[in-house]
Design a protein around this ligand. Structure first.
Ligand SMILES: Nc1ncnc2c1ncn2[C@@H]1O[C@H](COP(=O)(O)OP(=O)(O)OP(=O)(O)O)[C@@H](O)[C@H]1O
Ligand SMILES: [Mg+2]
Length: 372
């Protein structure tokens, strides 16, 4: 490579054009305090106005990361108009529930630096084990001493309360909803706020408000990981999440069959389209280990997870076998990793947590920080 890293960084920044103004970042003065260290650490302040597309930050980061020798990119996004423009403050005392959201939906993703890595657990298809993976992943990460939050973004059929055996109404202190906690994981779900038998009146616009409010008005504190259990599909909740928060990565859950894999592919592509990296694939209900013989039995045509991972060019992060009793324990509020830690599924889920943590750490260079 003939050009210095610094020169390449400068060139890359001058190639990123703000579509609103038609000028590049350097000419527009959007980049301040640029430092390129000898070790390839790039840090700078990004002056991103309210009207500027937030995707510019991701685009810029991707352009810089593509430069050979750039090891880390740290971007402090600031609003030139002042801090009040970049984060919404909840109105005083107005955060008791989704029905009280009178705020406009945030059109651009906002940084929530206190949440740590925001990781969406998604799929294209229902019933493949997203909530099971999200719940056990959360507990497994918490067991390693990490501070973990789990947001149930499934407003149609929230399962997290049942899976953690938690049904209380979260207290509101000083206008902020306090998350509930189980197995060391901070939890929030629409299921805590509405009656279990209430009709599913939650539709697109409401989802946006609920997700926004959960991100903004819940007193999550400082977290290392913020997992989001998504509803099935590629719809409003997925869109709302990526529009509301800077999602670090998505974990796509599939079952081994071809049909599920096709849906999962569509689910993964949706994240790629909005520049959210797919950390990898989890193949759930992936065969069954006979406890008597230790033999592995495949129920479905196998290998779907591997094929999907290859097609997307992402790692297969784990294969979770079918586990007798898992569903019953989950219904009793005990994630399998707690209920039967030595079971094959629990062991696989523990390994998955390690793999996800590794992916999230490997991508830390893509995590911007906000300083105001
Ligand atoms: N590896 C497994 N072994 C046995 N049962 C499992 C396994 N994974 C999930 N299940 C069970 O399958 C059912 C569906 O799982 P889960 O609710 O996690 O899926 P989901 O993708 O979140 O579903 P939805 O799309 O409805 O949100 C649950 O009853 C769960 O307990
Ligand atoms: Mg679910």
């Amino acid at each position: 490579m003939s050009d210095s890293i610094e020169a390449q960084v400068g060139a890359a920044l001058s190639r990123v054009v703000n579509p609103r103004t038609g000028t590049d970042l350097l000419s527009a003065g959007m980049v301040r305090d640029l430092v390129v260290s000898a070790e390839g650490r790039v840090t700078f302040t990004f002056l991103l106005g309210r009207a500027d597309p937030a995707t510019l930050v991701r685009e810029t980061r991707a352009a810089l990361k593509a430069i050979e020798g750039v090891a880390e990119v740290k971007i402090a996004v600031v609003d030139p108009a002042g801090p009040a423009q970049t984060t919404h403050q909840p109105p005083a005392g107005g955060a008791a529930g989704p029905q009280s959201t009178g705020m406009p939906a945030a059109p651009q993703p906002v940084e929530f630096p206190n949440l740590g890595r925001v990781i969406a657990i998604s799929s294209g298809k229902g019933g493949v084990g997203k909530s099971t993976v999200a719940a056990n992943l959360a507990v497994a990460l918490a067991r390693t001493g990490k501070r973990v939050g789990l947001m149930d973004a499934d407003v149609y059929g929230p399962n997290i309360p049942r899976m953690f055996g938690v049904y209380e109404r979260p207290p509101v202190v000083g206008g902020r909803i306090q998350p509930l906690e189980a197995y060391g994981v901070k939890l929030m779900s629409i299921g805590f706020l509405v009656d279990r038998d209430a009709p599913a009146i939650w539709r697109g616009p409401i989802i946006m408000k609920v997700i926004n409010q959960f991100l903004r008005d819940v007193a999550w504190g400082e977290l290392d990981y913020f997992l989001v259990d998504m509803p099935p599909g590629t719809g409003d909740a997925q869109l709302s999440l990526v529009q509301s928060a800077q999602v670090s990565g998505a974990v796509i859950v599939t079952t081994p069959q071809e049909m599920a894999v096709g849906d999962a592919l569509r689910g993964a592509r949706m994240f790629e389209k909005v520049n959210v990296p797919v950390y990898g694939i989890v193949e759930n209900m992936s065969g069954f280990t006979d406890p008597a013989t230790g033999q592995r039995i495949e129920f479905f045509s196998s290998g779907g997870g591997r094929r999907l991972a290859d097609e997307l060019g992402v790692p297969l992060l784990g294969q979770i076998p079918l586990q007798p009793g898992l569903a019953d324990e989950a219904d009793r509020g005990r994630p399998i990793i707690e209920a039967a830690p030595a079971s094959p599924a629990a062991v696989a889920l523990g390994d998955l947590a390690v793999a996800v943590a590794r992916e999230a750490a490997g991508r830390s260079m893509s995590l911007p920080i906000i300083t105001q």
